[in-house]
Design a protein around this ligand. Structure first.
Ligand SMILES: Nc1ncnc2c1ncn2[C@@H]1O[C@H](COP(=O)(O)OP(=O)(O)O)[C@@H](O)[C@H]1O
Ligand SMILES: [Mg+2]
Length: 422
């Protein structure tokens, strides 16, 4: 039966009781004949009217909150209100004025369990911060936001908004903020890492300045050596700042698709020319395969940065006296969403390779398999993070394969420009 139907039945029940009382009074007066019959009838009607008035107004108070009859009334919420709360995708709990859960929506089940209804809030969420907030609101306090964490089965962070409704109920809306917390932690880690990376060369430079002012003041050969190291360290700081700025600029632009058209074969050849002196100093031969033009939609500077970083890594971490091979090709896009053709470029070295477990982490900022080696070779640990963000912007993908002891192959896939795809 509906809520309004039940209320109707209750109303008629009280009318019936009061009517019976009025008629009984009428008969009693008439039988005793102590007063005139019309006066007795008028008196009975008056009594009945008063009784009906007070009866119905009392029923309103009882029906709403004070002494509920059914569970649904306990909540003081209509069926429609409950239906709305049920489908909201944030966990929602409604408590009564004794701190008992009278309603828990679907989204709250993973947090408070499937049958939280009827239990005390302290039995399902044992977080002191939250319970203290509920206490304060039960004692008449205003709405509050409270942060709390649940440690099992996996750590989750939540924020709850707790407020008293007009009808002495407490509404608790909970939001899972674990992902936001994680992003904040990553950002804080990033700032800490960047500061640390900058502090190391800065400390070296400051140290050498002191030495040059002190005992090396009159030692020309020491001065020359120290100035050389200071220049290397200053270069390291400059590269780090350049990479940090690059990364920030690319990230800001990441949701803005590139517009120009670029031939990746030409870009790779230009990058190889620029890197030739470095390759020569390690006696590494750059073998760039012959290929027709492979046009893609992209930003020339960013695409150049991708291949410069990857080829530079292949030279830095490749085998001195060995070879770095670059191959080109076209292939069908792997997923239906990216219909059409893709251009790919693979860069293969003969270096030590990368341990299997490190491969998924290579594109993390500042992640390096061997920090000392990377620093010695002028690395910042940001190159592959930059590559990843540029490829994201270009709807491209990086594939890393490696056999420890034999070498690595880094392959870049990029959507081919429309003309080149048919
Ligand atoms: N071709 C490669 N062979 C072996 N290890 C590599 C190769 N390319 C990258 N790495 C590893 O990945 C790490 C991260 O690369 P990157 O982000 O370019 O930083 P960086 O080169 O400045 O150290 C490197 O420090 C290195 O440990
Ligand atoms: Mg690098």
């Amino acid at each position: 039966m509906s809520e309004s139907g039940r209320a109707q039945v209750r109303a008629w029940r009280s009318y019936a009781v009061l009517g019976t009382v009025a008629i009984a009074a009428l008969f009693a007066v008439a039988v005793s004949r102590s007063i005139a019959m019309p006066l007795a009838v008028a008196g009975a009607i008056l009594v009945a009217a008063f009784a009906v008035y007070f009866g119905t107004s009392r029923r309103n108070v009882i029906g709403n909150v004070a002494a509920p009859e059914s569970a649904r009334e306990t909540k003081g919420l209509s069926g429609a209100a409950l239906d709305i709360l049920e489908v909201i995708d944030d966990p929602l709990l409604v408590l009564d004025d004794s701190g008992r859960i009278v309603f828990a929506n679907r989204a709250s089940k993973t947090l408070v369990g499937p049958d939280a209804g009827g239990k005390r809030i302290s039995a399902v969420l044992r977080t002191p911060e939250l319970l203290e907030t509920v206490e304060r609101i039960l004692a008449g306090g205003g709405p509050e936001n409270v942060a709390f964490s649940v440690l099992v089965p996996v750590q989750h962070h939540y924020e709850a908004y707790v407020a008293c409704t007009g009808g002495r109920l407490i509404l608790m809306r909970i939001r899972d903020v674990s992902a936001i917390r994680r992003a904040e932690e990553l950002r804080a880690d990033f700032v800490a890492n960047a500061s640390h990376e900058l502090r190391t060369p800065l400390a070296a430079i400051t140290g050498f300045i002191d030495t040059l002012r002190g005992h090396a003041r009159d030692d020309p050969s020491a001065r020359e050596r120290f100035l050389e190291i200071m220049s290397t360290e200053a270069g390291r700081m400059r590269r780090l700042i350049d990479d940090l700025l690059s990364l920030t600029r690319i990230e800001l632009n990441e949701h803005n698709p590139p517009a120009g058209e670029v031939d990746v074969v030409a870009v790779v050849r230009d990058a190889a020319d620029a890197l030739k002196p470095l390759a020569d100093s390690d006696r590494i031969r750059l073998d760039i395969a012959a290929s027709p033009a492979l046009p893609i939609v992209g930003d020339r500077d960013e695409v150049t940065q991708v291949f410069q970083n990857l080829m530079h890594n292949a030279i830095k971490y490749g085998r001195p006296g060995g070879e770095v091979r670059v191959r080109f090709g076209r292939t069908h896009a792997p997923s239906r969403r990216d219909s059409g053709m893709q251009a790919f470029v693979s860069i293969e070295d003969e270096g030590e390779g990368i341990p299997r477990e490190a491969i998924p982490r290579l594109t993390e900022r500042f992640y390096r398999v061997d920090v000392k080696r990377s620093r010695e070779r002028g690395g910042t640990g940001l190159g592959l993070a930059i590559v990843k963000h540029i490829l994201n912007r270009h709807r491209g993908r990086l594939q890393i394969e490696s056999v420890p002891g034999q070498g690595s192959i880094f392959t870049v896939f990029l959507p081919a420009a429309p003309d080149g795809s048919n």
